[in-house]
Ligand binder design. Sequence first.
Ligand SMILES: Cc1ncc(COP(=O)(O)O)c(C=O)c1O
Length: 392
Amino acid sequence: MKKFIPYGRQFIDHNDIQEAIDVLESDWITQGPKITEFETSLAHYCGAKYAVVFNSGTSALHGAYFALGLQEGDEFITTPITFVATANAGVYLGAKPIFVDVEPDTGNIDVQKIENNITKKTKLISVVHYAGHPVNLKSIQHIAQKYNLKIVEDACHALGAEYKASKSGENWTKIGSCKYSDATVFSFHPVKHITTGEGGAVLTNNEEVYEKLLLFRNHGITKNEQKFIGEKHGDWYYEMHFLGYNYRMTDIQAALGLSQLKKINAFVKKRREIAQIYNNAFKDNPFFYVPKERDYARSSFHLYPIRLKEKFINKKKEFFGELRQNGLGVQVHYVPVYYHPFYQSLGYKKGLCPTAEKFYGQEISLPIFPAMEGEDVKKVIEIVFNVFTTFI
Ligand SMILES: Cc1ncc(COP(=O)(O)O)c(C=O)c1O
């Protein structure tokens, strides 16, 4: 049987497993010390003040939007080239996603098109660092400051990515530092840079947002007398201050995350190396474009998205099917969010973001993940060339 190479998968070693076992054998398997340890390490790695871990990237997005005040009747700006969660998390709060078109090459939100979509109801901009390639945060910040909007970075693809605001002077900053935004969200799903099985996190430099997030993931409940309750009751006492959820991560997951985080630099390095091998192999090929990095971006290559050249767009289904037939677990990222029947039922119409729709027509994600061996990478290149040359 042919070896199947997925587009992404986890890398879990003996140490990771042992860390999870240690927690299982300890007194705390949830809401114990590993949660805070993981949060502290994550905040430190990214260069942010605070991190709050959640049981998924989706719940973390929900928390970030809530803590920044998004509510019923508000609008928020986002991209259609993302996983539905980026938009859904705002819809949970009764807010309306306004989809802004993307750049034709990076697939990231087109900053030039944001201002035209701002109305009196706009509260927040949620940008996605698509495939791990940072958006130009400084220009997003410029718009947000002009219109007094909050910024959330959906960085579910971008742990370990770096951004530099100008060519001279400034140093590279890690995505997650929240230097240019109010909050940054990560996912620890198995295809992401590090995994906790399911899991996510919000990073922020704002203490008030941090406090809200802590409550939000635990039903809106607090025991903090000094900050929230104001008077002394007995030790049993807690209060619920707003409607929150059970979005807690377990200590088993946090221990796994902590152990995975120790390997993040090696993981990102490996992804970047694979991307470089692909770039060299596919340079100047007649069939598709390869991803390029902007001056301000160092991608962490969650995905390696190729885009079919215009004359081959109508062959995508065939190419995709053949690549799969040959053992490559290629995927398409993404069906534009407003194409989904749910969003159509809310009144969004196809044609809304023409560049995103073209991008969807062109895009195929090739396998890229740290556990890939040299042979796997060679195999991908060989199969891709075979399939494309056979079908032309
Ligand atoms: C861009 C983006 N946002 C949000 C999410 C949601 O994360 P999770 O699957 O951990 O809920 C994902 C995960 O697929 C994602 O890729």
